[in-house]
Ligand binder design. Sequence first.
Ligand SMILES: [Zn+2]
Length: 144
Amino acid sequence: MTQLELLREMYLLTGLNDFLIVLSNEYNPQDWGYYYPNNKVIVIYTLNEDGSKIDKDALIRICCHEVAHHIQYHHTKRYKVKDGDEHDEKFKEIFAKLLEKYYNGNIPIETIEVIREEGLLYEPNSKKKRRPKRAPKRVRGNVH
Ligand SMILES: [Zn+2]
């Protein structure tokens, strides 16, 4: 996918056209992508460590991540990004919505796994889900 094709897809996806995407034909050991809020520019590094190209789902995942930052910084009313806390719940929500829309609700499992590993999966009910299903030990034992 070329830079222009990706930009068009992201303009269509978001209904916005006030940002730019630069695809860098390099491997960056620090990160896969950056977003520069002041310039509204997204840079994506498209090579893996071994010099091979990242696949399309990875490109979309990285791109939607950076586009989510753009929306977070410039298109979210009554919300302000906190320095150093860019990956907050609002970010996760925007990111999740972009991927849902892009994939029509069928986000590839690999994408979900990577995002979960990154700690960026949007799980609004995660607290409820993590609650232990069995009663705590002190209730089950030592009843005389
Ligand atoms: Zn980020």
